[in-house]
Design a protein around this ligand. Sequence first.
Ligand code: CA
Length: 513
Amino acid sequence: MNQQVVANQEPRTIKLNARDNVAIVVNDFGLPAGTKLPDGLTLKSFVPQGHKTALVDIPEGAPIIRYGEIIGTAKSPIAAGEWVDEARIDMPEAPGLDKLEISTAVPAPLPPLEGYTFEGYRNADGSVGTRNVLGISTSVQCVKGTLEFAIKRIKSELLPKYPNVDDVVALTHAYGCGVAISAPDAVVPIRTLQNLALNPNFGGEILVVGLGCEKLAPERLLPEGTEDSIVRMQDEAFDGFGAIVEAIMTQADRRLAQLNKRRRETCPASDLVIGLQCGGSDAFSGVTANPAVGFAADLLVRAGATVMFSEVTEVRDAIQLLTRRAINEDVGRALIREMDWYDAYLKRGGADRSANTTPGNKKGGLANIVEKSLGSIVKSGSGPIHGVLAPGEKAKQKGMLFAATPASDFICGTLQLASGMTLQVFTTGRGTPYGLAAAPVIKVATRTELARRWKDLIDFDAGRIATGEMTIEETGWELFKLILDVASGRTKPWSDRWGIHNDLTLFNPAPVT
Ligand code: CA
């Protein structure tokens, strides 16, 4: 701990809701015992940055309230000014799915926002991409090495001929064979692969590399009548590895020539499909970054865009707040259906919701999944929930959608890409270099200290809300404009500038054989 810094900063805490009996310490490196807070309270113990201090005496068994909601009860009496760390909190039960209110507090429709545009690549099917990328899909892991070998050559020998194409991306994965392909849950990875290839950033130029004997036949990844878009390695016409690579190159060349004709054109912001995600959360996620993202999400929804928030295990403990916001009974039921499916999935694996919070979350001040969830759903903004997508399902409507995915950063990113996401906004408290090859990712830091230290990895500093430098509204507007800039290719996020991207990771809840 840097005592000098502590000494030079005014002590600062944040209380979010009038009902809260805890507040979050804002100061870098925390505040020492004996610190007098502006409201007169004196800290009785050291409280690390992002962690909670009790504002009043909390008796044993009494609720601990943050965001105006109960995040747990006191395991033993907690005195005002003490550090409320995770060991002092008993976690409440998850809300029962059979007693939820549906559509009882549907917010009024957000007022339309006119006149915002971005420069995108319009496709024949009406969808609009934010990048111009050749995506080469695969039906099975067996072909991965071969495709990557071919892609190295495509990048060095073909791509320079096509200056309007941004990149060539292999859609590789561990699925396709050695899996129970007909099990009911196999629909998830198969649908994900089918829809991934249709992502608007790939411009409809589909190419699949397959082996020949795999369970997942390459035809299943293609729309009907596009059979000639498959290179099958076991095809008897191929005389050796060199011939196979040549075939991939020839097919790629044809598609690159098509993609090279694409040009950015001015499109209304309603053509955007934005995914929201968090990773490496801390107690500031729900105070700075997620509220800023929530405000920007409202602006996007008002402009007519499609916005998805996800991560079932991070909304499960706040589901009672979401079902009330469901635009109608069907959407409310769909939210419950996805929670129910995931509860059963976790139970089958012998896990429960407490498995979600990481050591980093706890170090950052998030005591448990309830506190994490309340901070997480702030990303969904303030309007109605308009729709629900099962994992990997394609978004077909505008507005705020809940796209059911695991919270795992890579799996969530992959599933949102399958749902048609063309840009992702990713909030992080602890810091992650996360990036996707298929769509730009704007990384939003919850704290200014992280944004400064990772100046060449973090794209947006929402920590300015905690320091009082900016309001949530100002930060949300700035982020909204950055989203339009990045979608237009005018600003490149850091992960794209460095070319650091995570693997696609399929969600396969079905058995492996
Ligand atoms: Ca995540």
